[in-house]
Design a protein around this ligand. Structure first.
Ligand SMILES: [Zn+2]
Length: 70
């Protein structure tokens, strides 16, 4: 199951959840404030230019392609 990141528009905090792909866009509640104003972020892994955290460009740590790029 892939890990998705979400950011709460109410409190601005981010959290991660393991969800099925088919459930990635279903409603998520912020675990911090309970708001449902939560947007899904693209995983910072394998996606360049993420604004948040970890700037290990080129290291590729733990970010191996799983094949089947679509
Ligand atoms: Zn919140």
């Amino acid at each position: 199951m892939p890990m998705y990141e979400y950011r709460c528009a109410e409190c601005g905090r981010e959290h991660e959840q393991l969800r099925r792909m088919s459930e990635a866009d279903t409603k998520v509640e912020c675990p911090h404030c309970g708001s449902q104003q939560v947007t899904r972020l693209f995983s910072t892994c394998c996606v360049g230019g993420g604004a948040s955290g970890g700037s290990n460009a080129g290291s590729g740590g733990g970010c191996a392609p799983r094949g089947g790029f679509s």
